[in-house]
Design a protein around this ligand. Structure first.
Ligand SMILES: [Mg+2]
Ligand SMILES: [Zn+2]
Length: 193
């Protein structure tokens, strides 16, 4: 009740976003790529973490490099089927991803969307009308953290997927914060709420 009253007299808060990498953050990663719905396996606690963020009012958006398409390892229809599986699994725990952005290109295509380039993140900012300054961006690879840093977002490293390797290599942006996995990262975001 107190909260309702204070909301009535304070300016409406801007939409709050969390941007997530997919492989190694939401689902288990594979050096052989995730090429089928069957290979898409959630990391324990990740879907529930997304649901908790949703319930606290965060919009959760995914930005993922999927060069397997550019390499001809799988087709767009398969990527859609993989995402269908993800959306269904999320719905079962009361969670949702509001939008999903992917780069289908290989590194040598020199596109603007493949992380560490920033076109996907900027597009998310435009689409949601949100300034990316300080927006939490969770990833397991250096390129996720670099893309986040380049747009002024808050890089968050999780140690699932390639995260341990990224941590060992240690060249990530200075303001990167580190959590064991998405569940811990979400708890920290919600604790600061
Ligand atoms: Mg990843
Ligand atoms: Zn691209």
């Amino acid at each position: 009740m107190v909260q309702l009253a204070s909301e009535a007299v304070t300016p409406k808060r801007a939409i709050r976003l969390v941007i997530l990498d997919r492989d190694g953050v939401i689902n288990r990663d594979s050096d052989q790529f995730i090429k089928s719905p069957d290979e898409w396996r959630p990391i324990p606690g990740s879907l529930e973490a997304i649901a908790r963020l949703n319930h606290a009012g965060f919009r959760v958006v995914v930005a993922t490099n999927q060069s397997g398409i550019g390499r001809g390892l799988f087709e767009m229809a398969t990527l859609n089927a993989i995402h269908e599986k993800m959306h269904k699994a999320l719905a079962l725990v009361g969670g949702r991803v509001d939008a999903l952005f992917y780069c289908p290109h290989t590194a040598d295509a020199m596109c603007e969307c493949r992380k560490p380039r920033t076109a996907m993140l900027n597009e998310i900012g435009v689409r949601f009308g949100v300034d990316l300054d300080g927006v939490p961006c969770v990833g397991d690879s250096l390129r996720d953290l670099m893309a986040a840093d380049a747009v002024g977002a808050q890089p968050i490293l999780v140690l699932t997927g390639k995260g341990e390797k990224t941590l060992r290599e240690g060249e990530f942006p200075r303001n990167t914060v580190i959590f064991p996995d998405l569940a811990f990262a979400a708890s920290a975001l919600l604790a600061g709420d």
